[in-house]
Ligand binder design. Structure first.
Ligand code: SF4
Length: 505
C-alpha cells in the first residue's frame, strides 16, 4: 500500500519490522526475524551509528539543477562537503568535463531559534535560494531540531511555493525518529513521488495522434526503469545497461543524477528493475499502484549467480528467456576463464563483510562462490529483503555468524580479534576499524570500481587478490595506532550489549 497520502513516510521499524540489533548465527537471525522476535531488540551500549540524514542527503545531493537546504543546525549539513566532492568525482567518471558538484545551504538554527521556531528562517532561505540560483527544484530537508521544536515544514512549503519558481520538495529526515538509516530512502522517494510525479500524471499520458501513439506504445513496451542507488558507480550503471541493452531493452536510470524534469518518465516504463531491493521497494510499489508499472525486486546483481537470476527474471517478463540464456552462457564462459588463476589464490581465504543488508549478503554469496570462507556478515539492518541472499549463505554454511548493527565498531574489532580474517570488505566507516586492526580492507561500493554484473564479479575477485598480495600497510598501521578499547573487551562476548526484546521500546 502506498503511503503517499501521508505527509511523512513511516519509519522502517514500523513498516517492515526492520531490526538493527542482533548477534548470533545466520539461521537464528532468519528464524527470529520471521517469528517476529527481533522487533524489540536493542543495545545497552551503542557506538558510531549512522543518522538517516546521511543516506538521504547522499541521494538528494545528486539531483541536478537543484538546491538542497538542510533545515537544522549547521553540523547536520556537514556531510555536504564530502558529498559535493563525491558527486563531482562521479560526474567526472561519467564523462563530464564541467563537473558542478552540489549546491547546499543550511538554515543554521541556533539556540534562539529553538525557542522562537525556525519557520521564518526556512521561508527566507527558500526565497533566497530561488532568487540566487533559479533551480528547477528546491529540496528542503528537515533534521532533528525542527522535528523536536515542531516546525511545520509542509506548511511553510505550501505558503512559499507560489512565490518561487523552483518546485519545493519537503523531505522529513529527522535523525532521532528512526534507528534504521534506510528509512531515508523512503523519505526521499516519498518527496519525489508527491512533488515531481503526482502533478505530472496527466501530462505523461497525453499523446497527440494515433500514429504517434502507436510508435510511442512500441517504444514504451521495451523501456525499463533501472533503479540506481547513490552508492552505485558509473561502472555499475554501464554494466547493467549493457546487459539490458543486450536483451533489446531501452534503459532509463532513476533517481540519482536524474533531472527533476525527467522523473516523470519513470511512470511510462514497461517495467521497473531494482538493483537493491532494500533501497527501492517504497518507490516501485508506488509506481505500480499509481501508474501500473510492474516491478522486479528480488535480486541485487552481485556475483555470477545473482546476476544470472536478475537477468533471467527480466528476460522472463519480456519472454526473452532464450536470448538471456545465450547472454548468460557467453558471459559466464568468458568470466570463468578470466577467474581461473584468481580462484586458486582466493580459495580458503577468510573474509568478513559489512554494509547495507542486501549488499553485504549478496557480496558474501559471491565470495563463497569464489571459494573464500566467510567468518561473519554484518548487515546494517535486516528485514524481509535480506532473506533470499541470507538463504543462499545458510545453504552453504549453516553455522555462519551474523551480526546486525549499523557500524558499531566495538563489535567489529571484537569479532576481528577472535576470528582474524584475511580481508575485510565494508563501507569506509567500517573499514577504518579493520584497517587499524591490521586487516587488509576493500570498499564494497563507490570510487572507480564496478561491483555489479559480470564486470563487477571480476573486479571484486581481481581487487581482493591484489589487496591480499601485500597486507603490509595495514600491519604497519596497526603497530602505530591505538584502538580505544580495553584489552578485556577483546576477550569478552561481542554481543553482550545486545538486549533481546527490550522492555524500553
Ligand atoms: S542525528 Fe539529528 S542532529 Fe544529528 S546529524 Fe542527524 S539530523 Fe542532525
Amino acid at each position: 500500500m502506498s503511503y503517499l497520502d501521508q505527509k511523512v513516510a513511516p519509519k522502517r521499524e514500523e513498516r517492515l519490522g526492520t531490526c538493527v540489533d542482533f548477534g548470533g548465527s545466520a539461521c537464528d537471525l532468519k528464524k527470529s526475524f520471521n517469528g517476529g522476535c527481533l522487533r524489540n531488540n536493542d543495545r545497552g551500549f551503542c557506538q558510531g551509528s549512522i543518522c538517516q540524514l546521511l543516506p538521504g542527503l547522499s541521494m538528494l545531493n545528486t539531483i541536478p539543477d537543484s538546491v538542497v537546504i538542510v533545515h537544522g543546525s549547521l553540523g547536520c549539513g556537514g556531510a555536504g562537503h564530502s558529498q559535493s566532492a563525491a558527486v563531482r568525482g562521479r560526474q567526472i567518471l561519467a564523462g563530464s568535463t564541467n563537473p558542478r558538484g552540489t549546491l547546499w545551504l543550511s538554515t543554521n538554527l541556533n539556540e534562539m531559534d529553538v525557542v522562537t521556531g525556525g519557520e521564518a528562517k526556512l521561508a527566507e532561505a527558500i526565497i533566497e535560494a530561488d532568487r540566487r540560483y533559479r533551480p528547477e527544484s528546491i529540496i528542503v530537508v528537515s533534521s532533528c531540531v525542527p522535528g523536536i521544536i515542531g516546525d511545520d515544514l509542509d506548511g511553510v512549503v505550501a505558503r512559499i511555493q507560489p512565490q518561487v519558481n523552483g518546485v519545493i520538495l519537503p523531505v522529513h529526515c529527522e535523525g532521532f525518529k528512526t534507528k534504521v538509516m534506510a528509512t531515508a530512502y523512503d523519505a526521499v522517494y516519498h518527496a519525489i513521488s508527491r512533488r515531481l510525479l503526482e502533478k505530472e500524471e496527466e501530462e505523461v499520458r497525453l499523446i497527440p495522434d494515433e500514429l504517434e501513439e502507436a510508435a510511442e506504445k512500441i517504444r514504451r513496451s521495451r523501456q525499463v526503469n533501472l533503479m540506481n542507488v547513490s552508492s552505485g558507480t558509473p561502472g555499475d550503471e554501464k554494466e547493467l545497461t549493457r546487459l539490458l541493452n543486450a536483451l533489446g531493452l531501452e534503459v532509463k536510470i532513476f533517481p540519482c543524477f536524474t533531472h527533476p524534469d525527467d522523473v516523470k518518465y519513470a511512470a511510462e516504463a514497461a517495467l521497473s528493475i531494482s538493483t537493491c531491493p532494500t533501497h527501492d521497494d517504497y518507490f516501485l510499489k508506488y509506481l505500480q499502484e499509481k501508474f501500473g508499472v510492474p516491478y522486479l525486486l528480488r535480486y541485487m546483481p552481485i556475483g555470477i549467480k545473482n546476476t544470472n537470476s536478475w537477468l533471467r527474471e527480466v528476460a522472463k517478463f519480456f519472454h526473452l528467456e532464450k536470448v538471456a540464456k545465450r547472454i548468460i552462457e557467453r558471459e559466464t564462459d568468458e568470466l570463468e576463464l578470466a577467474l581461473q588463476p584468481l580462484r586458486q589464490t582466493l580459495k580458503g581465504k577468510k573474509a568478513m563483510l559489512s554494509a547495507g543488508e542486501v549488499r553485504t549478503l549478496a557480496t558474501a554469496g559471491w565470495l563463497q562462490e569464489l571459494g573464500l570462507e566467510i567468518i561473519a556478515v554484518r548487515p546494517y539492518h535486516y528485514d524481509e529483503f535480506g532473506e533470499p541472499a541470507l538463504d543462499k549463505l545458510i545453504e552453504h554454511d549453516p553455522g555462519l555468524q551474523a551480526n546486525v548493527g549499523t557500524v558499531q565498531p566495538f563489535e567489529t574489532v571484537n569479532i576481528i580479534e577472535k576470528n582474524k580474517p584475511d580481508i575485510y570488505l565494508g563501507h569506509n566507516s567500517d573499514n577504518i576499524w579493520a584497517a587499524k586492526s591490521g586487516i587488509p580492507v576493500l570498499p564494497v561500493y563507490g570510487g572507480p570500481n564496478t561491483y555489479v554484473g559480470y564486470a563487477g564479479a571480476f573486479d571484486f575477485a581481481r581487487n581482493i587478490n591484489r589487496v591480499l598480495k601485500n597486507p603490509s600497510f595495514n600491519q604497519n598501521l596497526m603497530k602505530n595506532v591505538r584502538q580505544p578499547y580495553f584489552k578485556s573487551w577483546y576477550t569478552d562476548q561481542p554481543y553482550k550489549y545486545i538486549v533481546q526484546g527490550s522492555e524500553d521500546l
